[in-house]
Each structure stands twice: as structure tokens, then as C-alpha cells.
Design a protein around this ligand. Structure first.
Ligand code: TXA
Ligand code: MG
Length: 338
């Protein structure tokens, strides 16, 4: 058991966080997407502590974070040409690229795979902690396995109090959903997890962008998944969430006809719930605002003790696809199409 300290983002705090990481401990760190649980990616014992703190299955690989492009050469066998182009365009930023791993990355870190996901975060505190630690940092989202990803240090504290020695509090995350995860196939890109870097953005690098089946479908137990994270239960609040796919007016009419007084509504704007007197959570009108608020909203549902929730269906383009992908999992793929 630790007494979990909350650190700031000043030089002294960054140095302390780096010292903990260098000594084989796990630290909560802010990134532009969500908070991560960081440890030395080369240190097997430290990486095992991450899995233990989260209760994460050992076959779900961790993303390795670097502070500069040069740092990736020792981690991989080869950097695909398309990866170089994507790095130039989107790094530092919310994009994770899967590449064939070198022997320097322990199998514990890669969940037993011969590939590794690498990302250079744009959050300056995250990069300062990596630089100061002097090693690449393996970091999954800092939630307990199965819970919504944390977008504030308070979320991390709620899940990790006593399990890790420290959390660096860098304020609320700007993006709010985890990084876009891609792999490379021939001269194409396969999207494994949508994020702030959208399909449309990736198409500026190559027209050949495939969206993996696992992004929008529930995969059967017998299907070989492209990314282990796809097969696990995710983001689930205690409430039963149902997505209602329709316009603002259709959502409104559906809820008037079907929602009980005690049900909670998750909407873009107040207008979606006009004339309804249910408890509401408002995510915001734009895809970006919805991404920023989604995980906080999912945690809030538990705090409120919500039992049944009707959520307006996010857009399926741009950053909206990332919001939809997360909400689908929170809703256990329950969608009513109008
Ligand atoms: O924004 C983010 O990516 C955050 C911050 C902390 O950087 N991290 C994050 O990590 O979301 P995590 O572990 O919660 O999600 C990583 C996802 C998992 O679904 C995992 O299965 C997939 O990426 N992944 C990691 N390495 C992979 C690999 N080598 N091949 C396929 N999928 C991989
Ligand atoms: Mg996660």
C-alpha cells in the first residue's frame, strides 16, 4: 500500500516523478489524451506493477511513449515509410503506431506480441517526465481495467489511491479520448482504435486507410483480433446505457415515448432534451467537446447512481467516430436505430 502523493508539473515534481520511474515504480502522468500509468518500458518488474495496479490481463499490450523521434530506432526492427510520414504530420500528438519490436522491448510490455505501439505525446509535462527518466515509458490509461479512462488527476486518484506512489496533476486532458491506434499493411494504414487523429486526417497521408472490423462491431470469442484491447470489456458504468441513433428531434420523441422519469439522458445540448424533465448530462455540440467530456460523464453516471441511460448517438465521422467507438463499448453495443 502506498500513500499516493499528488505532484504538480513544476521542475521539482517532474524530477521526483522521474526518480520514482527510474527506481522501478509506477507514476500517474498527464497526457493530452487521458492520464497514463507510466513505468520504465525496459524494466520487466516495473511493467508488471502496471498490470497489477490496473488489474489488466497480461496479453493486453502497453503503449510505449517517447519524447523525441530519435528514441524509437532502438525500440523497433524497422520504421515503415508511412510511419515516418505520419510522425512528421501528427507527432507529437495523439497517434500510436504499431511497429515490429526489437529485443529491447520485453514481451511483458508488448503483451507477448512481436510488435510494439509507440507514441510521442504532445503534453509537455509528459515529455519532460520521459526525458528526465531517460527511458521510454510504457503507459496504459490510468484507470482500473474495465473502467472509463481518467481525464483528471482526481479520476486517477479515485482508481489508484494506495496502488501507486504518485500522480502528476497536469489538469484536465484536452482531447479526452485515448490516442488513435494504427498499424501498417503494405502501402496502407489500418485503423485499430479511432481517436482525435481521424480517418479523414490519416487520408491526407494515404488514401488507403482501412477501418478494422473491431472498431464498430462486437467481435465473437473465436475471431482473431488485430488489437487485444478490442476483446475486453471497456468503459462500462454500472448503469445500462442505450444509444439512440437519430436526429435531435427523433431522440427527443423517442425519450418522450420510452424513458421513465428515473432514467438519465446523455445529450449533446439541452435542445435534445427539451420538454423532458429527466436528469441530464450535456456533452457539448461539437465532436471535440463530446470527446473531452465523455469519460467524465461516464464516471458521473456512477456517482449519480444512474440505473438506465439513453444516450444520443455521436456522429460517425471525424473525432465523432472515436466518441461513438467508446460509447458503443460503454453501452455494450446496445443501439436503437430510428
Ligand atoms: O492515449 C493513449 O493512448 C493513452 C495515453 C496514456 O497515452 N494510453 C492508452 O493505453 O490508451 P491503453 O493501454 O489503455 O490502450 C492501448 C490500446 C489497447 O487497446 C491495446 O490493445 C492496443 O492499444 N495496443 C497496444 N499495443 C499494441 C500492439 N502491439 N498491437 C495491437 N494493439 C496494441
Ligand atoms: Mg485503456
Amino acid at each position: 500500500m502506498f500513500e499516493t502523493k499528488i505532484l504538480g508539473t513544476d521542475e521539482k515534481s517532474v524530477r521526483l516523478a522521474a526518480e520514482l520511474i527510474k527506481s522501478g515504480e509506477v507514476v500517474g502522468i498527464p497526457t493530452e489524451t487521458v492520464y497514463g500509468l507510466g513505468a520504465d518500458a525496459f524494466d520487466e518488474a516495473a511493467v508488471r506493477k502496471i498490470f497489477a495496479a490496473k488489474g489488466r490481463p497480461a496479453d493486453n499490450p502497453l503503449i510505449v511513449h517517447v519524447s523525441a523521434f530519435d528514441e524509437i530506432a532502438p525500440l523497433v526492427i524497422e520504421i515503415p515509410e508511412l510511419a515516418k510520414k505520419c510522425a512528421e504530420k501528427f507527432w507529437p500528438g495523439p497517434l500510436t503506431m504499431i511497429m515490429p519490436k526489437s529485443n529491447r522491448i520485453p514481451l511483458v510490455t508488448s503483451g507477448g506480441l512481436d510488435t510494439v505501439g509507440i507514441r510521442m505525446p504532445s503534453n509537455s509535462t509528459a515529455r519532460a517526465v520521459i526525458r528526465e527518466s531517460g527511458c521510454p515509458i510504457a503507459a496504459p490509461s490510468a484507470n482500473l481495467s474495465g473502467s472509463p479512462s481518467p481525464t483528471t488527476a482526481q479520476h486517477v486518484f479515485a482508481d489508484m489511491n494506495g496502488r501507486i506512489p504518485a500522480i502528476v496533476d497536469g489538469g484536465a486532458c484536452g482531447v479526452g479520448v485515448e490516442s488513435t491506434v494504427i498499424s501498417f499493411e503494405g502501402d496502407g494504414i489500418r485503423l485499430l482504435r479511432p481517436g482525435f487523429i481521424s480517418v479523414e486526417d490519416l487520408k491526407e497521408v494515404t488514401e488507403n486507410v482501412m477501418v478494422d472490423k473491431g472498431v464498430l462491431e462486437m467481435l465473437g470469442n473465436d475471431v482473431k483480433v488485430s488489437s487485444p484491447g478490442m476483446k475486453y470489456k471497456h468503459y462500462a458504468p454500472k448503469a445500462e446505457v442505450t444509444i439512440v441513433d437519430g436526429s435531435s428531434m427523433q431522440f427527443n420523441e423517442f425519450c418522450k415515448a420510452n424513458a421513465d422519469e428515473s432514467d438519465t439522458l446523455m445529450v449533446f445540448t439541452e435542445a435534445d432534451a427539451e420538454g423532458l424533465y429527466n436528469r441530464k448530462i450535456v456533452l457539448g455540440a461539437s465532436d471535440e467537446e463530446q470527446a473531452q467530456h465523455l469519460f467524465d460523464a461516464l464516471r458521473e453516471l456512477d456517482v449519480m447512481g444512474a440505473e438506465k441511460v439513453y444516450a444520443r448517438c455521436p456522429r460517425k465521422t471525424g473525432v465523432g467516430l472515436a466518441v461513438y467507438n467508446r460509447l458503443l463499448r460503454a453501452a455494450a453495443f446496445r443501439v436503437i436505430h430510428i
